[in-house]
Design a protein around this ligand. Structure first.
Ligand SMILES: [Zn+2]
Length: 512
């Protein structure tokens, strides 16, 4: 929908001429040289299908890696829950094909101003980042391909040479054609109106009987309505009707203009194809035709896609619950602000949680101040400000199950007190999993400015030492250690870290 509204805005800005007489503002960048490069694969897939048709089979799980591009300071990144939503939507759209996608290895983050501003001038960096065992999806600020900069609004494209997809981050995780359409290109499908991209049908230019034999791109044969030349014209797929790009700018899901092909047969495009440009059909009506489905399955079977067939099945345990917030307690006024511990209940099936903290309960950007994946049920946040009301929520997911909603929204107020977080020797002292299961280890992360020896011990809230871990040597840089406190009664304890530069403490909660 955004594509259309942007297009209309541009047209209005240019002048009052009818929509169709304006130069094409591309909705999809998989045109020109990309489309030509796809043709070869399409023909190979067609030939393979002709020799041995693909049989529908059990669910195939396909690894995917999303590359989230942001400015160097981390701002501008797509909100991560929208990527979860996108995977959920994609899996709905591909359920009929028995193809399901999963995150091969979480998100990849690319924080780089130049990449954010212009990904197409920095393809070396993209190349270095590609995951050679997954489908690669890059999510920049805008998706103008290298060969089309300035031509219009490009919401996504597939580069056959690089074998990656680039999708405008604003298109992620919402209804609309973009993502599933581009995934069709990834699996070798063309537009049903192939050849008409530079210049859509327009009654003033092409008339109600279209006499062209070669489409406006100068090379694609114009497909006839009766399908006689469907193997060599248009998208070369015979169960998608001939289409001369009637959908672009059409504001509903029923194209009812009387347009005839050169043999005088009425054209009847299929508005509901994912690969078409009709934006105004019901979301759940879009589909791939039988032949398109066969081609997708054949492409996945091909040698070029061997890297995707790794035999891995992700955890398919459904995630049916949302977590309950534990800390900070809802509507609590806490004393401190610079080391606030968040924790929530574990949810069956979840391997990760998306924690969001915002200034408003709507969680709309830019008031989301924290949006990170946590592999556990607890995390300490050090970036909050004093005397502020915050809202937080948490969303469980795993590599394949990403449709579960967020928890309810909780709020709390920070106080004005700063805890002593660091000293000259120690720039980070973090208890990584908190609360701690009774009899489990305490995992500590310490960042040191130089090598030194320090002493760690555990006190109960009555001030009695309950465990001592003795002197420990720390290296310059990152240090991780596990402390074994043994069996303790449930409750709050104080972990004391004694260094020559000062004493630091962390509250920990032990529970069964
Ligand atoms: Zn396209």
């Amino acid at each position: 929908m955004i594509a259309r509204s942007l297009y209309i805005i541009i047209v209005v800005l240019i002048g009052s001429a009818p929509v169709f007489s304006q130069p094409m503002k591309n909705w999809c960048g998989t045109i020109g040289e990309y489309q030509e490069a796809l043709l070869e694969r399409l023909e190979r897939n067609k030939a393979a299908l002709h020799d041995s048709p693909v049989a529908f089979r059990d669910i195939q799980y396909v690894p995917i890696t999303f590359h989230l591009i942001a400015k160097s300071d981390g701002s501008g990144m797509v909100p991560k829950h929208r990527v979860l939503d996108q995977l959920c939507l994609l899996n709905e759209d591909y359920a009929d094909l028995n193809i399901q996608f999963y995150f091969r290895d979480g998100f990849n983050y690319l924080l780089n101003d130049e990449l954010y501003d212009n990904h197409s001038e920095n393809t070396t960096l993209l190349n270095l980042s590609t995951d050679d065992q997954a489908i690669n999806i890059f999510l920049p600020q805008d998706a103008d391909p290298p060969n089309q900069v300035g031509q219009g609004v490009v919401l996504g494209y597939y580069s056959p040479a690089q074998d990656w997809l680039v999708i405008d981050k604003d298109e992620i995780g919402k209804d609309g054609l973009t993502f599933t359409h581009e995934m069709g290109h990834y699996f070798s499908l063309l537009h049903p109106f192939s050849g008409w991209e530079p210049n859509p049908w327009d009654v003033g230019t092409h008339g109600t009987q279209v006499e062209l034999v070669v489409a406006p791109d100068g090379q694609t044969l114009v497909e006839l309505a009766n399908g006689n030349n469907c193997n060599s014209a248009g998208d070369r797929v015979c169960d998608t009707p001939a289409d001369y790009l009637f959908g672009f700018g059409w504001d509903n899901c029923n194209f009812n203009q009387n347009v005839f092909d050169r043999s005088g047969t009425l054209l009847n495009p299929d508005e509901k194809l994912w690969m078409n440009y009709f934006f105004n059909c019901d979301e759940d009506e879009y589909y791939y035709t039988d032949m398109q489905q066969q081609l997708i399955l054949q492409d996945l079977e091909s040698d070029q896609r061997a890297h995707l067939r790794n035999g891995t099945t992700p955890s398919t345990t459904p995630i049916t619950e949302t977590p309950d917030g534990i800390a900070p307690i809802n509507e609590e006024k806490i004393n401190i602000y610079n080391a606030v511990n968040f924790s929530w209940s574990e949810v069956a099936g979840a391997s990760s949680y998306l924690l969001q903290i915002a200034r408003l309960p709507t969680f709309s950007t830019p008031v989301v101040i924290y949006d990170e994946v946590i592999n556990g049920t607890s995390h300490t946040i050090e970036v909050l400000e004093p005397n502020v009301t915050y809202f937080w929520r948490v969303r469980p997911f795993n590599a394949y199950r990403t449709c579960t909603d967020f928890s309810r929204v909780y709020s709390f107020d920070t106080g004005a007190d700063a805890t002593t977080q660091t000293n000259d020797l120690v720039t980070a002292f973090i208890v990584e999993q908190n609360p701690i299961q009774n009899r489990s280890n305490i995992n500590i992360f310490i960042q040191a400015t130089e090598a030194f020896t320090g002493n760690l011990s555990l006190y109960n809230m009555a001030g009695q030492e309950v465990s001592t871990f003795g002197d420990r040597d720390f290296n310059l840089g990152e240090n991780r250690l596990q402390l074994m406190p043994g069996s303790l009664s449930n409750g709050i304890y104080l972990l004391v870290f004694d260094t020559s530069a000062g004493l630091m403490t962390r509250k920990i909660l032990i529970k069964s």
